[in-house]
Design a protein around this ligand. Sequence first.
Ligand code: C5J
Length: 240
Amino acid sequence: MSVEMGLPVALPVAARPFEFRLEPHRAALVVIDMQRDFVEPGGFGAALGNDVSQLAAAVDPTRALLDTWRALAWPVVHTRESHAPDLSDCPPAKRNRGNPRLRIGDVGPMGRLLVRGEPGCEIVPSLAPQPGELLIDKPGKGAFHVTPLQAELERLGVRQLVFAGVTTEVCVQTTMREANDRGYECLLVEEATASYFPAFKAATIEMIVAQGGIVGWVAPLSALLAALQPALAARPPSAA
Ligand code: C5J
């Protein structure tokens, strides 16, 4: 881990409920479940009856975050909600919920829903992981549940998590709560997350910042990108 000359130990981000002090190199970007199965027509989200177009707004802001994290060479984590082909990691309590047209593991236009190796399970092309970035397959809503995520973050020396992804109130919020319980400081980027239900996104943001930031912080993309300018400027000439 190289530390750039003259960079402060923490970069202040204008956030709610109060300033977030982002620590260079110690903050990973975590992109939750930006998979075709949630974002595109014909996937799992659509099979549940959702209007998947609601999620499109989060793609470009997430890409802006990825571009910045990659330029800084700071850690990036992608997650996928996904199951083994034999569904041995998908309990009936999850698979048999509700009355969808298709269930997890059934064959849809993008292959078997939420099954690893199927086209629909992949991350949308514009946000696809690059070599060296972590890809965590998770059978649950939370990214720490039966995954190597915590061990990987410890290996990388990460103690802060900046969140993007979908859906705000399900896998993003669950993972933020898991992370908060494990001692990570969590910042959600408002435009880089979305829900099939805009009211749920708004309510989740309020839950996160309530009570002095009981789950974490929320900031607009512009505030985070502005805060990162000194880190971008401090990169060695070979990296800029
Ligand atoms: C859902 C997710 N909504 N990634 N998964 O079932 O939020």
